[in-house]
Design a protein around this ligand. Sequence first.
Ligand SMILES: [Zn+2]
Length: 329
Amino acid sequence: MTNRQEQAVAAIDVGGTNIIGGLIDRDGKILFKTQKGTQASMGGERVLGNIISVADRLVKVAEADSIAVSRMGIATAGQVDPNTGTITYATDNIPGWTGVAVKDTLERSTGLTVFVENDALAAGWGEKVFGVAESAQDFVIITLGTGVGGAVFVKGRLLPGSTGLAGLIGHMSIVPEGVPCNCGGRGCLEAYVSGPAIAKAAKDAIRDKPEGLLAELASASSGEITAKDVFDTAKYGDPIAMSIVMRTAKYLGTGIGSIVTLLNPELVIIGGGVSKAGSLLLGPTIESAEAHCSPAAFSGVTVGLSKFLDDCGLMGAAAIAYTCGIPRI
Ligand SMILES: [Zn+2]
């Protein structure tokens, strides 16, 4: 406990698996962090209840530690009306999330002023406010997790598109007639480079040739492996894991190459849980991006990792609270 009066914002990142909450100061330092299961399959009302529970904890900790908090940012999966803070569309990853009035409900329950944005858009803004895009004007973020999100910033402002949907990078088709995607399309980037897509590709490869570290790990856990297992064993040179890393980098780089050719950004940021793979994934991704990009556009771009990796949604939520939303073009 401290008597020091400290300015911070409350931030909440609502993902498909976990709700992460934090108190973050003006320098982007996380003063306190907590988390709770999203329980997405139990529906929108349960998810909203879990967000309220995380928000209450943040308010109580702030009070106990005499941290002055007046604003809260919420970054969530799904499409958000940033003015009303209502979910305008969400996939069945969170059934019943569409239509939920997140801002109104949380303002009533906490007494704070609440700002709500889509998690990928918030993550991009978090890099501008606190992270690697601080001095960048034209940049793109790609978030790799359970899903693949994105956001495009032009002259330091978010490019919303005609109906607010610009930046749906995960659903750019990169393989014509490719594997089916959750969105109903085929060959989307998300179907190749999301965490579940990486794990599935690894499982398929092991089924064909059950040899090596990753295959041993899989058989010790009844065939269940994660993207993290793939990157962990690739670090030890496991051939199957390495081939999956190279495959992921090839597809991710193909998507990035097209984005750079189209938009001529100065910076492309890779964030989300999968980005914790670090240079193992980044190196071959940059090579693939260069091979799938206009040489002139590629010569001016830096492709790098998020400062916050899997905390990029949380830091995005903090950023939107500090700046009262994301400035749009
Ligand atoms: Zn898709």
